[in-house]
Ligand binder design. Structure first.
Ligand code: NAD
Ligand code: MG
Length: 391
């Protein structure tokens, strides 16, 4: 039995993870579940999955959860606060940590899991964007494992040789082809983009995801963050990665080899496939995803990205090339801008404007990439600057 900690169990990836795990009660045991504030859903998960620990990052929510489960004799130990996230991610009884918190808020518990030598299933791409060098060195130093859950990166991982050690040239890779759906506004009239609502931006044509990543998909900042994520995971340079629009979201990414071969991973757009893959790797388990039916699937189409439609992508390329503080600043400004758009404080088209101005101001700040305090400080500085641009 493998002990599992799910960071962000009440979110979209958290729910998909629980769905896969519930199909294999003989193989996985839920040791800890964590969430931010969603007490109702966490209470239901505690009653259904009977973890040893439940953590609410918000202390007040932890108090409400304790109250709600006060009559339940089998209630878990309930902890509150950010430090408790790191504490449960490093528990001795935990072997696998699903990192499914959204945003840089997920970084510290992931670092704790790395330092404790866990198998980390990484959905939380922002953590790698913010602290790629530091996280990879902690993984390496402590014998931890980092397996990609992001569907594209999981696909690339599957298309690389099993003994890939971080040198793309040595295994004959010419380039990585990273697919993008293009989101809900792929063919939307450009001049009307400034008027779109949060609900329109979150209505993704193929994937059902949390609201932050849904907006990122609509701006294609998601692909930009994924570009940086791929550079870290596969020791790639930005120019070794080509982004292509594939509106059907069936080919989850491809690897092109020097001999002309192109390997792809295909499947229905359902995150339970990469989750099951990484959970069981190097074995395969049932995920609950229906088999792909190529006869009934829409024709597979590929097209180049229209840069004017997706300015966030160019900003991410710039940050990837700059390195250092730039990806931290890009991510922080984007988190602030997306939250402001979701609460209808700014327009959709203001997201790249805000990110660009923050990147110009703070992107070249000198920092040591493996200095956590410096990374967190520049993250805070970028958030404060981006917020102040909106007043
Ligand atoms: P979501 O918003 O549905 O869920 C986020 C989870 O994190 C929730 O459980 C929430 O309670 C918790 N959380 C939020 N803020 C927190 C904080 N400050 N402290 C502690 N916990 C907090 O998001 P999601 O769609 O499940 O995405 C999670 C991560 O996975 C993101 O980084 C996203 O980019 C990545 N991802 C998601 C998908 C997808 O299909 N949803 C696909 C690929 C990658
Ligand atoms: Mg993805």
């Amino acid at each position: 039995m493998k002990g599992l900690c799910i960071l962000g169990s009440t979110g979209s990836i958290g729910l998909s993870t629980l769905d896969v795990v519930a199909r294999h009660p003989d193989q996985y045991r839920i040791v800890a579940l964590t969430a931010h504030r969603d007490v109702e859903r966490m209470a239901a998960q505690c009653q259904r999955y009977r973890p040893d620990f439940a953590v609410m990052a918000d202390e007040e929510a932890a108090r409400r959860l304790r109250e709600k489960l006060s009559d339940d004799a089998k209630a878990p130990e309930i902890l509150g606060g950010e430090e408790a996230l790191a504490q449960v991610a490093a528990l001795e009884s935990v072997e696998v940590v699903m990192a499914a918190i959204v945003g840089a808020a997920g970084l510290l518990p992931i670092l704790a899991a790395a330092r404790a030598g866990k198998r980390i299933l990484l959905a939380n791409k922002e953590a790698l964007v913010v602290a790629g060098a530091l996280l990879l060195s902690e993984v390496e130093k402590n014998g931890a494992q980092l397996l990609p859950i992001d569907s594209e990166h999981n696909a690339i991982f599957q298309c690389l040789p099993a003994d890939f050690q971080g040198d793309l040239g040595a295994v004959g890779v010419a380039r990585i082809l990273l697919t993008a759906s293009g989101g809900p506004f792929l063919d939307y009239p450009l001049e009307q983009l400034s008027q779109v609502t949060p609900d329109q931006a979150c209505a993704h044509p193929n994937w059902d995801m949390g609201r932050k990543i849904s907006v990122d998909s609509a701006t294609m900042m998601n692909k930009g963050l994924e570009l940086i994520e791929a550079c870290w995971l596969f020791s790639a340079k930005p120019e070794q990665i080509q982004i292509l629009i594939h509106p059907q979201s069936i080919v989850h990414s491809l690897v092109q080899y020097q001999d002309g071969s192109v390997l792809a991973q295909l499947g229905n757009p359902d995150m339970r496939t990469p989750i099951a893959h990484a959970l069981a790797w190097p074995h395969r388990i049932v995920s609950g995803v229906p088999p792909l039916d190529l006869f009934s699937a829409d024709p597979l189409v590929f097209r180049p990205v229209e840069p004017d439609r997706f300015p966030c992508l160019e900003l991410a390329y710039r940050a990837a090339e700059m390195g250092g503080a730039a990806p931290v600043v890009l991510n922080a400004a984007n988190e602030v801008a997306v939250a402001a758009f979701l609460s209808e404080q700014i327009r959709f088209t203001e997201i790249p404007v805000l990110v660009n101005r923050t990147l110009e101001k703070l992107g070249s700040a000198e920092i040591a990439e493996d200095d956590l305090d410096a990374l967190l400080a520049i993250d805070q500085q970028a958030r404060a600057f981006a917020k102040q641009l909106m007043v």
